[in-house]
Each structure stands twice: as structure tokens, then as C-alpha cells.
Design a protein around this ligand. Structure first.
Ligand code: ZN
Length: 145
């Protein structure tokens, strides 16, 4: 397969907007309950707070603060296998300005370089390739220098 035929595919449909231009970093897609205002990531069909099905799609901020983190020393479970290049890898709970805390991979896997409360920014990064050679894109959060 030639490179120009390679596609970028989100690891989960409807989870993110991929960058459309070099200046566009892409974003995460969540949803908001129109009845009670509860926010969710990833999108869902029903509000877990009030059971309303009246949810609207929202674009979430590309920045956040590190709420908690852990470093994993084993390969990620499917669908990340078999070519997980990030062992060990960092995972974090990231507090977005919207007030939502999302669970995400981190670009940093050295615990001494991570600090609760530090500023992070979203990057949409190639994680692996699918069987057709397409790039599989995952959201990750990266410490802001
Ligand atoms: Zn609700």
C-alpha cells in the first residue's frame, strides 16, 4: 500500500475530531445533557445522572490539569496490542476547564516528570497501525512546558 492511501482513523468512532489542517490540533468530542447539564466523555445515548436521552454533542477543551496519574508497566490490553510502543506508559485523569475529568493516555511515562495540578494539552497521536496499514489515532495528554 502506498503512503498516500493511508488513512488516519480514530481508535473509537465519534470520540474525537481529527486535525483538518496543520494549525488544527483536533479535539475530543463529549456530550452534555440538555435536561440536567451533566457532561460526559465519551459520548453516550443516555444521561447517567437523570436518564434523559436529550443529549447534545460538545467539543471539549484541548487543555487540562493533571488530576491523578499512574505509570503502567505492562502492555496495554486490546485493541492496543500487539504493537504497543509505549511500555511503560502513563495514564492520567485530566480535569478539563468544563469541569469534566477524563481518563487518558499521557505522553510522559516518567513519574518524576509528572505532577498533580500541572498543565496538559491534548495531542492526537498515532498509536499503532491497523491490518490495512492505516494509522490508528488515540488521544493523549502532554505536559505543557
Ligand atoms: Zn441529565
Amino acid at each position: 500500500m502506498v503512503d498516500s492511501a493511508k488513512k488516519q482513523l480514530p481508535i473509537k468512532e465519534g470520540m474525537m475530531k481529527l486535525p483538518q489542517s496543520p494549525s488544527d490540533k483536533g479535539s475530543l468530542i463529549g456530550c452534555k445533557c440538555r435536561k440536567c447539564g451533566q457532561l460526559f466523555f465519551v459520548k453516550r445515548e443516555m444521561c447517567e445522572n437523570c436518564q434523559s436521552q436529550d443529549l447534545e454533542e460538545i467539543t471539549l477543551s484541548g487543555t487540562g490539569k493533571l488530576y491523578a496519574f499512574s505509570i503502567m508497566y505492562y502492555p496495554a490490553p486490546p485493541p492496543y496490542k500487539p504493537s504497543n510502543p509505549f511500555v511503560p506508559f502513563g495514564i492520567g485523569w485530566v480535569e478539563l476547564p468544563e469541569g469534566l475529568v477524563v481518563y487518558s493516555l499521557l505522553t510522559e511515562n516518567d513519574a518524576s516528570k509528572l505532577k498533580v495540578g500541572m498543565k496538559l494539552e491534548l495531542i492526537l497521536s498515532k498509536f499503532t497501525e491497523d491490518k490495512d496499514g492505516n494509522d490508528v489515532i488515540v488521544p493523549m495528554f502532554k505536559p505543557v512546558k
